[in-house]
Design a protein around this ligand. Structure first.
Ligand code: ARG
Length: 576
């Protein structure tokens, strides 16, 4: 049930009957305050202006034609011409009953689209860092959300697995193998990369060999391919452990690294030249874009092929967008990449559009995010100033959660403690990220994210178990609830109305790629449930009808919390 969509439809019909154009915007929104009802239609002002009418007058006419029989118990005009809609309690009650029995919590089915989601994208022979953590967590929530709505999601892990550094990496892997007569575990990717670079800088023979390997690898040489693949495999095996621990849905088959587009690059450059978009400039091949100005105020030149013949990150992203449209048949492509790469993407896509590789009807969306900062407001680093390894971060989260839970439950068996600490600790790290508006930087703070109060994973996970415990304590099977929902108390009606807004919430999250909207909704829902639970006795309700009805509200709350957290990739437990 999408109440906003239903009311929008009704209000726009009434507006059209009053002479508004067929595409008029009723602007139906959830009301910010209870005295304004459940929903407000704010579109009268703009439309009245177009029609040359007084907004209030238009609102009055619309009101006469607005048929919300059985849906609203009161409709009134407020201020300059807002229409406040108060939903009918009996109608809300019926919708709760219907939603309880509907598949997917009554969320309307969508026209399925193919949505490609570019996320995580770590680099080969390097540790994933905190920037990749944000991309991984937020991108995965987006993938889960779109899939829940019924879209076909293609996860594209744009791994940095190509480039001139591979000559050096292959040469170093070879050196290590020769010295140790065994495959190294590449346990410490950072150290491996650092050592490789050092050897490259200090040993001219090594550097010579490395340069040779770059050329050979690009020419498809078998030995170099095998060595390259080994580097990719080791890195991705390592990263897969991080994904699994994070309860992220990415697998090896989602890897679509930069190397995938390598064969397309010469064709792209030739085509852009043929189309007159790319020109030779000082030996390199460059696309000059009027849309972007350089410091001198002249059209900015974007290099797509270097003087030495090498291609660039931008060239790959041009090919990649083309591939996603032409081969994957994407209807929409979402990129979860940090905001510092915004200009890079805009340039690549401007070229993509000009070349006609992806039509305007297929959106390419940069769902950017800010940086993860330490408590001091500076980029998140170890005390020594190094990058924080993700795996260490996750270990610390679980350690901290273990201590917290053990303190509260000294008698918990160790196996249960271990399992719970994982779910709470990892959940806390993920939820802390997901609950903040992604476009801004955010402060990583252990104490906040592990608090059992506030908009945190432990609070939400605990809220869920609290609802379930009502059923467990009384030994009630949720499948045996009878009778219809009755909403006699304001708190019951408020909870019911909010429960029915799950559809609107998830639709918004899917449209904007903003998981924090889901977090805010669930947090609000948990708060409304608490108020309801305190003031409206459930098990000791005065009569069985009320008791059954309240149990149904509790049941739908539990289901909604679980489903909502699930779309975010946050696990729940039955008790904690
Ligand atoms: N590997 C890149 C990095 O670590 C991110 C790639 C993002 N995706 C893309 N299509 N450019 O910065």
């Amino acid at each position: 049930m999408n109440i906003q969509a239903l009311l929008s439809e009704k209000v726009s019909q009434a507006m059209i009957a009053c002479g508004a154009p067929a595409d008029c915007e009723p602007m139906v929104r959830q009301s910010a305050k209870v005295q304004f009802g459940d929903y407000q239609a704010n579109g009268m002002m703009a439309v009245a202006k177009k029609l040359g009418q007084q907004p209030r007058q238009l609102a009055e006419q619309v009101l006469q034609r607005l048929d919300l029989e059985g849906i609203a118990e009161k409709i009134e005009i407020a201020g300059p011409g807002f229409i406040n809609i108060f939903l009918d309690k009996q109608w809300l009650a019926q919708q709760i009953d219907a939603t309880l029995h509907a598949p997917r919590l009554g969320v309307a089915s969508v026209e399925p689209q193919t949505i490609v989601i570019d996320y995580s994208a770590p680099n080969v022979a390097k540790e994933m860092h905190v920037g990749h953590l944000r991309s991984t967590i937020i991108g995965d929530a987006a993938a889960r959300t779109q899939e829940f709505l019924g879209h076909r999601v293609i996860r594209a892990n744009h791994v940095g697995d190509w480039g001139t550094q591979f000559g050096m990496l292959i040469a170093f892997l070879e050196k290590q193998q020769n010295e140790n007569h065994a495959d190294i575990a590449l346990a410490d990717l950072e150290a491996f990369y650092r050592e490789a670079k050092k050897t490259y800088d200090e040993d001219p023979d090594f550097a010579e060999r490395a340069r040779g390997y770059v050329v050979k690898l690009q020419g498809g040489d078998e030995y170099c391919r095998v060595m390259w693949k080994k580097l990719v495999d080791i890195t991705m095996t390592h990263n897969q452990k991080v994904y699994d621990r994070l309860n992220v849905t990415l697998t090896r088959k989602d890897v679509m690294g930069e190397s995938l587009y390598n064969d397309m690059l010469p064709g792209i450059v030739a085509d852009l030249k043929a189309k007159g978009l790319a020109v030779e400039s000082e030996g390199a091949t460059v696309v000059f874009l009027d849309e972007f100005k350089n410091k001198e105020g002249e059209p900015m030149g974007v290099i797509i092929q270097k003087k030495d013949g090498g291609y660039l990150y931008t060239t790959t992203d041009i090919a990649c967008a083309k591939y996603r449209y032409q081969h994957l048949h994407a209807n929409r492509v979402l990129y979860y990449i940090d905001s510092r790469q915004h200009q890079h993407l805009m340039q690549a896509w401007t070229i993509v559009r000009k070349a006609g590789y992806v039509p305007d009807s297929v959106p390419l969306e940069h769902h950017m995010f800010g940086m993860m900062l330490g408590k001091d407001g500076r980029p998140f680093k170890t005390r020594a100033g190094g990058t924080i390894k993700l795996i260490d971060l996750l270990d610390e989260a679980v350690d901290r959660a273990t201590r917290l839970i053990a303190e509260k439950n000294p008698d918990m068996p160790s196996e249960e403690l271990h399992k719970l600490a994982n779910i709470v600790g990892i959940g806390a790290v993920k939820y802390a990220d997901l609950s903040k508006s992604r476009t801004t930087d955010y402060i990583f703070d252990w104490d906040n994210m592990l608090a059992f109060e506030g908009n945190t994973a432990p609070y939400m996970q605990y809220a869920y178990t609290r609802v379930l415990s009502i059923f467990r304590k009384a030994g009630i099977d949720e499948n045996t609830l009878t009778g219809s929902v009755v909403l006699a108390e304001e708190r019951e009606a408020a909870l019911a109305a909010r429960l029915l807004q799950f559809d609107e919430t998830i639709t918004q999250v899917a449209r904007e790629g903003t998981p924090h909207v889901m977090c805010a909704y669930l947090y609000d829902l948990a708060g409304l449930f608490s108020g309801f639970y305190e003031h409206c006795p459930i098990l000791s309700a005065q009569d069985d009808t009320t008791r059954q009805s309240r149990l149904k509200l509790a049941l739908l709350t539990a289901k909604t919390l679980k489903q909502g957290l699930d779309t975010l990739g946050i696990e729940t437990v039955e008790r904690m």
